[in-house]
Design a protein around this ligand. Structure first.
Ligand SMILES: Cc1ncc(COP(=O)(O)O)c(C=O)c1O
Length: 350
């Protein structure tokens, strides 16, 4: 037996959505990737950064990713000391737990939401508490004062897609004694965000990703906005070269091309609205979504049957066996053409 820490030996590990090898053969709607390519300026910036024969790669990247950090700060309307760039927002979630929750201390999140918080807490040996949701998307039994070290609120919620009202989130900021982390992975597809709460409440942290709205899941880029003391702590913890040269160039180019982002997001929102309508015609229950996906319940609630039938037709969606989610499917919004094919398949499946 190797002398592993007990919690590592006992934990199951996170299972990400299936990534088929023969990607081209599938309509891939299972991991909330963007169906459109990133801004053309991203590839240009990567090629420019590579230089002739990749000469620049022999040198380490800029440790703080300063150019991308400044671009993100400008965009969000904060001083760069309030922003950190990361190797995917998952890196930030991990480092937040390392920074704030010692072994045996508690973190919490809403269930259902992003279960990776639990995996990260297990690695740290932190205790995990979950708060359930009512049918009106209110938190069940949230105390007047939550004394855990961190509370993760996924807003918009994934996999369900709804967004919490801002006044509700503001109220939570006052109730959380530790840090309130608002995971805004999908916020570019929504109508509101919580940046103002970061300004107003010292315990609020917003995390974002470039994986979804910016079509850069393959580059691994995320960012956080928080008080400079929090950012300074996260800067101590991260790998000093956490973002490689090509990813830094990609981040800068993507963040600076807001026209492209806005066009892309508009197309996805339009397709989301069309697809939601079509699902309702097929008598699916659909939660109005503020993300780039919908959570849909087939008539008869046998979601696994529909998942399997779509899989046979090379359409990949996300099925969760969790009893709170097993009646539905999370379906990423692809191109209009992909969603038309999905509607056709769902009609056939019945
Ligand atoms: C709610 C939520 N947070 C964070 C992430 C991780 O994003 P990233 O690709 O930036 O690590 C995801 C990815 O699916 C997500 O759904």
């Amino acid at each position: 037996m190797i002398p592993l820490r007990k919690n590592i030996a006992e934990m199951a590990g996170y299972v990400p959505g299936f990534q088929p090898r023969d990607e081209q053969a599938w309509i891939k709607l299972n991991t909330n990737e963007n169906p459109y390519p990133p801004s053309p300026k991203v590839a240009e910036a990567i090629i420019a950064e590579l230089g002739g024969a990749g000469k620049s790669l022999r040198k380490y990247p800029d440790p703080p990713s300063a150019a991308a950090r400044q671009a993100a700060a400008r965009l969000c309307g904060f001083d760069p000391s309030w922003v950190i760039m990361a190797n995917g927002s998952d890196e930030l979630l991990n480092n937040l737990i390392r920074a704030f929750a010692a072994e045996g201390e508690e973190i919490a999140y809403v269930h259902p939401s992003y279960s990776y918080y639990a995996t990260l807490a297990e690695i740290q040996g932190a205790k995990i508490h979950t708060f359930g949701l009512t049918e009106q998307w209110e938190l069940v039994d949230f105390p007047e004062r939550y004394e855990g070290k961190l509370f993760f609120l996924t807003n918009p919620n994934a996999p369900l897609g709804f967004a919490y009202p801002q006044p509700f989130i503001e109220e939570l900021a006052g109730k959380v004694a530790g840090m309130l982390v608002i995971d805004e992975a999908y916020v570019d597809f929504a109508d509101e965000n919580s940046l103002e709460l970061v300004r107003k409440y010292p315990n609020v942290i917003v995390t974002r990703t470039l994986s979804k709205s910016y079509s850069l899941a393959g580059m691994r880029l995320g960012l956080a906005i928080a008080r400079p003391e929090v950012i300074a702590a996260l800067d101590k913890i991260r790998d000093h070269y956490n973002i490689d040269r090509l990813a830094q160039a990609a981040a800068l180019a993507a963040l600076e091309d807001q026209d492209y982002l806005n066009q892309c997001v508009a197309k996805i929102r339009e397709t989301r609205s069309w697809f939601t309508g079509e699902l309702r015609v097929l008598e699916y229950g659909v939660i109005p979504s503020r993300g780039n996906f919908v959570f849909a319940t087939p008539p008869g609630r046998n979601a696994k049957r529909v998942y399997d039938a779509l899989f046979e037709r090379k359409i990949l969606v996300r099925y969760f066996s969790d009893p709170l989610l097993s009646h539905g499917l999370r379906i990423t919004i692809g191109t209009r053409e992909e969603m038309e094919k999905t509607v056709k398949a769902l009609t056939e499946i019945g």
